[in-house]
Design a protein around this ligand. Structure first.
Ligand SMILES: CCCCC/C=C/C(=O)SCCNC(=O)CCNC(=O)[C@H](O)C(C)(C)COP(=O)(O)OP(=O)(O)OC[C@H]1O[C@@H](n2cnc3c(N)ncnc32)[C@H](O)[C@@H]1OP(=O)(O)O
Ligand SMILES: NC(=O)C1=CN([C@@H]2O[C@H](COP(=O)(O)OP(=O)(O)OC[C@H]3O[C@@H](n4cnc5c(N)ncnc54)[C@H](OP(=O)(O)O)[C@@H]3O)[C@@H](O)[C@H]2O)C=CC1
Length: 271
């Protein structure tokens, strides 16, 4: 689980451990990794943390070998680590563009390739690549839209090439999710989502971390044995590129899926 130290990754790590998986928690901030690992162990699950920047090819190779050594194999990979910053397209520097592409496409590619070569080629498995709602572009986040679009077709290509090895590869596109990650954005950007994006989305609410982790768990599981090369959109039918006529009010009852987490700041003012 890359990006397992917070947000969607942390929630998914808990779900997987509750279901009996041995979970490798991968990320850069050691304290967060250690906290999640300790939470899972407190709950009776099995987890270990691995400090790794997914953009560091040599470190990724080491971590894949360490995880195979520690747990005896890698049956599922969740490429969840990622993020970006908001910027008008014309103001994105080449360095900034490449930093975002490396974080949201190249790093995931490196992880997929190393997990394939280090374990799954011989044993099969399932890979889930987290992208975003990039349909018809992602204005304000053009660098990340380009990277996530690349991750989508990379997932499709890998599904085609690796099916013969018993490996399924799928993408999952979260919409606006009330997560610790969204809380890192400035208030004016969060309030834009709250006041302008959510009201144009049919379900008219943020998704929860656990609603994303449920999709990830499904794609990893035997229940999805005939599902590969696709993208699961968990976005309340988000409005990107779509036009909806909406009536009715928010349903806030779904804000209940946070495991040991505080109610994210992004939800403030939604009741
Ligand atoms: C509000 C809408 C949200 C939509 C829903 C999405 C939600 C989520 O994705 S939740 C995840 C939340 N977490 C993040 O988004 C994390 C964001 N940050 C990062 O992932 C990284 O900091 C990075 C990939 C954006 C940059 O990584 P790094 O290699 O460490 O980059 P540097 O700091 O060295 O910067 C390189 C270069 O990039 C440009 N740049 C970086 N940050 C910004 C910024 N905030 N604003 C403008 N430009 C930025 C800049 O050109 C840097 O070059 P220098 O200026 O020469 O340093
Ligand atoms: N929340 C939302 O609305 C949406 C989220 N997403 C995507 O879902 C994923 C999870 O997001 P969310 O849980 O909300 O956000 P978080 O910021 O909480 O999670 C991102 C995680 O990725 C890790 N990470 C980032 N860059 C690297 C790196 N180079 N190497 C290793 N780890 C890294 C971070 O940990 P650390 O800094 O310790 O390394 C962090 O734990 C991200 O890819 C995000 O962009 C997509 C669409 C919408």
């Amino acid at each position: 689980m890359t990006g397992g130290g917070s947000g969607i990754g942390r929630c998914t790590a808990h779900e997987l451990a509750d279901l009996g998986a041995n979970v490798a928690i991968i990320g850069r901030k050691q304290e967060r990794l250690d906290n999640v690992t300790a939470e899972i162990r407190d709950d009776g699950g099995t987890a270990a943390s691995f400090n790794c920047d997914i953009r560091d090819e040599e470190r990724v190779k080491e971590v894949v070998a360490e995880v195979v050594e520690r747990f005896g194999g890698i049956h599922g990979l969740v490429n969840n680590a990622g993020g970006q910053y908001k910027s008008p397209l014309e103001e994105i520097s080449t360095k900034g563009f490449e930093a975002v592409v490396r974080n949201n496409l190249t790093g995931g590619f490196i992880f997929m390739r190393e997990v394939f070569n280090g374990y799954m080629k011989e044993h099969g498995g399932s890979i889930v690549n987290i992208i975003a709602d990039i349909w018809h572009g992602w204005p304000g986040f053009a660098h990340s839209g380009a990277a996530r679009g690349g991750m989508l077709t990379l997932s499709e290509s890998a599904a085609g090439e690796w099916a013969e090895y018993g490996i399924r590869v799928n993408a999952l596109a979260p919409g606006s999710i009330a997560s610790s990650g969204l809380d890192t954005y400035p208030e004016h950007q969060r309030s834009y989502i709250r006041n302008s994006v959510i009201p144009r989305q049919p379900l008219r609410r943020f998704g929860t971390e656990s609603e994303i982790s449920a999709g990830i768990v499904f794609l990893l599981s035997p229940a999805a044995a005939f599902v590969t090369g696709t993208c699961l959109r968990i976005d309340g039918a988000a409005p990107n590129g779509r036009r909806w006529v909406l009536n009715g009010s928010n349903n806030n009852e779904a804000y209940n899926g946070f495991h040991r987490a505080q109610r994210p700041k992004i939800l403030e003012g939604t009741d």
